[in-house]
Design a protein around this ligand. Structure first.
Ligand code: MTE
Ligand code: MO
Length: 373
């Protein structure tokens, strides 16, 4: 961001942010009520039902009555700028893909001390069937200049963070934007996008953490330098300390979750199970075009190989299953995935200043009894 832009949009008395301890604040609970995680039982679906897909919107959901009110402008360092209606976009060749999205802040509540932001547990991950058109085809139509370094994607939502008033904007390098995987999307699970998921148009960047998939997309601009907007450089960086300039967050790390077995205890979500054989199941996924290699299930201190089922496509999660002969008593169940490059989920969360990229293992507390009626 230029000095000029920074001073223009700087708020004089921004709310201060400090790391938090054990107690959750009212502000965090308010964010948690606006932004929901997937229901863990929905992990049994290959495609997360609409309404159970996790949700993360930083500012207000823009008010858009009709897609006829919308157009996408593609501008900047291009020979032929475009202004496309939704109908013109829908007339382009369509692609439909199942893609697993995960929020980079998933697992933040386990980081100690914790950054004041959306206090995700483990649930900020889902898989949807997205329909749209390839971004690269649209970009190529504009005859981009050879000086283009990045493409900036602007959402219609605007708000304050870190004392800066800004639209939600993210960039991709010219090479990443031209990947045939990246989609301009208007449908989720065969329905028009609901308002909260980006109606009428969003970007979906398979294999990347969710922040790259800009919702309410209304402008794409070609620029000849690295974009320095707030959501690009001031946040979404892995940082070891307040002073650390950070490493940009991009693709999704190897991770897995378990669909909690048995019956939930209402307030703790701990699980009650009947003794005997029980099929444990869950999902494992990894971004950046790297496949999942294997999943292990932890029963107390022992680890066992799970059966890994093929994914529906390269951007969607895998299902895993494991049959456990549950014995009476209390147990800790865990799952741990490894990718084909040999990266394995850590047992403990690695601390990050913003609480990003926590891919530590999922833990489920169960108690097993005999003779449940
Ligand atoms: N315009 C806009 N796009 C956005 C966001 C946002 O706040 N505004 N949130 C991002 C983040 S952080 C995530 S994880 C995903 C979540 O997408 P979903 O709410 O459809 O699940 O959207 C991304 N795209
Ligand atoms: Mo996110």
């Amino acid at each position: 961001m230029t000095t000029n832009m920074r001073s223009k949009n700087t708020i004089l008395n921004p709310p201060s942010k400090k790391h938090l301890g054990e107690q959750f604040t009212r502000a965090e609970v308010q964010l948690a009520n606006r932004n929901s995680g997937c229901l863990l039982e929905s992990l049994r679906h290959d495609v997360t039902p609409i309404g159970q897909h996790y949700l993360l919107s930083h500012f207000d959901v823009p008010h858009v009555e009709s897609e006829s009110d919308w157009s996408l402008s593609v501008c900047g360092l291009v020979g032929s700028p475009l202004d496309l209606s939704m109908q013109q976009l829908k007339d382009l060749p369509q692609v439909c893909r199942e893609v697993t999205l995960e929020c980079a802040g998933n697992g933040r509540q386990f980081s100690d001390p914790r950054w004041p932001s959306m206090p995700w547990g483990v649930e900020a991950v889902s898989t949807a069937r997205w329909r749209g058109t390839r971004l690269c085809d649209v970009l190529e139509q504009t005859k981009p200049d050879s000086s283009v370094v990045e493409w900036v994607f602007s959402g219609a939502d605007r708000g304050v963070d870190g004392g800066q008033l800004h639209f939600f904007e993210r960039s991709l390098t010219a090479a990443d934007a031209m990947s045939p995987d990246v989609m301009l999307v208007w449908e989720i699970n065969d329905q028009p996008l609901p308002p909260q998921h980006g109606f009428p148009l969003r970007l979906v960047v398979p294999g990347w953490y969710g922040m790259a998939s800009v919702k309410w997309l209304r402008r794409i601009e070609a620029i000849d330098h690295a974009f320095e907007g707030y959501q690009q450089v001031s946040t979404y960086q892995y940082r070891k300390s307040d002073q650390d300039p950070g490493v940009p967050i991009s693709t999704i790390k190897i991770k897995s979750l378990m669909a909690p077995p048995g019956y939930p205890d209402w307030s703790t979500r701990n699980r009650l199970l009947e003794a005997g054989p029980v099929e444990l199941t869950g999902r494992a996924w990894c971004g950046g075009g790297v496949a999942v290699h294997s999943v292990e299930v932890g029963i107390d201190e022992n680890w066992f190989p799970a059966l890994l089922h093929p994914a529906n496509n390269q951007h969607a999660w895998n299902r895993w299953t494991f049959t456990w002969d549950a014995e009476p008593g209390q147990h800790l169940l865990r799952c741990r995935a490894t990718d084909v490059e040999g990266n394995t989920q850590p047992l403990q969360a690695e601390w990050d200043r913003g609480g990003f990229g926590n891919n530590s293992v999922h833990q489920v507390n169960v108690w097993v009894e005999t003779g449940l009626a």
